[in-house]
Design a binder for this molecule. Structure first.
Ligand code: F3S
Length: 411
């Protein structure tokens, strides 16, 4: 793999041990994927932030890298933590866990992530880290990767946790995979013959297609979605997140909607074919057969302000019997407070928590065993990572469950 003289010097240790380690990771990845060179990147999104998943060894690794002088070279944002960084006690986290989770964020802050004050979120594109079409970036959160590639038209692979940190420290990534135009063409033609209406329907569609797509690049034809309709980006956010969870889809195109599909033909020769005529299988494949629900979780991926407004609208005048938590980036929580959506949600007994992702939280330790969510990705990881039972359904079904503590009959 070709390296510039600067890159070679960094690899030889001339920029210090932190940069040398980062270069070793980037070069190793490049060699594995037969990249010919490195390319400069505009931004990075780092994943792997929950102390529950990192543990003491992960925290120690980050602290040592930071202590060696590691500093990011490009704007870098941080994935969610397990908890609201200020309101964790209301989520029942222990002070010990909170202290360790804070130490993880502090290590990233020391490296210059978030300009030294990271705002944990898996939807960085909603709070300013919003790449332009054609920008090369190195993101590690699968739902954000899908959104950046597909909806924004930026170019990124599915980076791993250490790979993304290394990219942030070097400002470079190896030129392979979705950084090459030839790999961005659609290889799976998805004919949608029933129209998804809600965000949850898009999520169910994504769950079903993702399971069949694997690493394919899907092309959706027949979706009645317009770029100027309400919530169109939230619908695609849900679609992409689900496909990234049940499959390994990092890029998809939607006829007449996504930037690369609008710019010209994107279908590869002889694509595979898939027809979707209803969304029930997408809902049922991620639901456990549990009736009693003890937590409702909305905001996977992190909710936009429009989604928070929608939750407030559905909850207005009601009162929930079990916890209902909405997760989002902190600036959007502040906006929700300013626009009174938060007070409506709180009056109904719900809460908005910033920074947090419940799929990477120690949910059983927090006292939860069965969680309902309108997110396919959320349900997938609740079952496979958090180790709790999950129900995946519409927002209306989830709110109904919140009012009774039981999943609605026939839902
Ligand atoms: Fe975000 Fe966690 Fe969902 S990182 S996409 S809220 S599983």
């Amino acid at each position: 793999m070709y390296l510039s003289s600067t890159e070679q010097a960094w690899l030889d240790g001339e920029g210090g041990p932190a940069l040398k380690r980062a270069m070793e990771i980037i070069v190793a990845l490049g060699n594995i994927y037969h990249a010919e060179r490195l390319i400069p990147i505009k931004s990075v999104q780092i994943s792997g932030v929950s102390y529950r998943n990192l543990g003491a060894a992960g925290l120690d690794f980050l602290r040592r890298w930071a202590a060696e002088g590691a500093q990011v070279r490009v704007p870098t944002t941080l994935n969610p933590t397990a908890m609201d960084m200020t309101d964790w006690a209301a989520q029942n986290f222990s002070p010990d866990f909170a202290q360790k989770q804070q130490a993880v964020v502090d290590a990233f802050a020391q490296m210059g992530v978030g300009a030294g004050a990271p705002i944990p979120t898996c939807a960085p594109y909603l709070i300013g880290n919003r790449p332009e079409p054609g920008d090369h970036i190195a993101w590690a959160e699968s739902s954000a990767i899908s959104f950046a590639n597909s909806v924004l038209g930026a170019w990124t692979n599915r980076e791993g946790g250490p790979g993304a940190i290394a990219a942030a420290l070097t400002g470079r990534t190896a030129a392979y995979g979705l950084h090459l135009a030839a790999n961005r063409r659609a290889t799976l033609y998805v004919e949608v013959s029933a129209q998804p209406r809600t965000i949850a329907d898009y999520s169910a569609l994504g769950a079903w297609v993702g399971k069949r797509a694997g690493k394919h690049v899907p092309y959706f034809a027949g979706l009645a979605l317009e770029r100027d309709e309400a919530l169109w980006q939230d619908k695609l956010k849900a679609l992409g997140a689900a496909m990234a969870a049940t499959g390994a889809v990092a890029l998809y195109h939607v006829e007449g909607v996504t930037p690369e599909a609008l710019a010209g033909p994107v279908l590869a020769p002889n694509p595979s074919h898939l027809v979707v005529d209803n969304f029930t299988p997408g809902y049922t494949m991620l639901s456990d057969d549990v009736e009693a629900i003890d937590l409702i979780w909305v905001g996977c991926p992190h909710a936009s302000l429009a989604e928070i407004e929608r939750v407030a609208g559905v909850l207005k005048g009601k009162h929930v019997q079990i916890p209902l938590w909405v997760t989002c980036a902190r600036p959007l929580k502040e906006a929700a407070i300013a626009q009174s959506f938060a007070s409506v949600i709180e009056a109904a007994g719900g809460h908005i928590f910033a920074d947090a992702c419940m799929a990477i939280a120690p949910l059983r330790k927090l006292g939860f065993e069965a969680v309902a969510t309108p997110s396919a990705k959320g349900a997938f990881y609740l079952r496979n990572l958090a180790g709790v039972a999950a129900r995946f359904g519409s927002l209306a079904q989830c709110v109904e469950a919140a009012l009774t503590g039981r999943w609605p009959e026939g839902g």
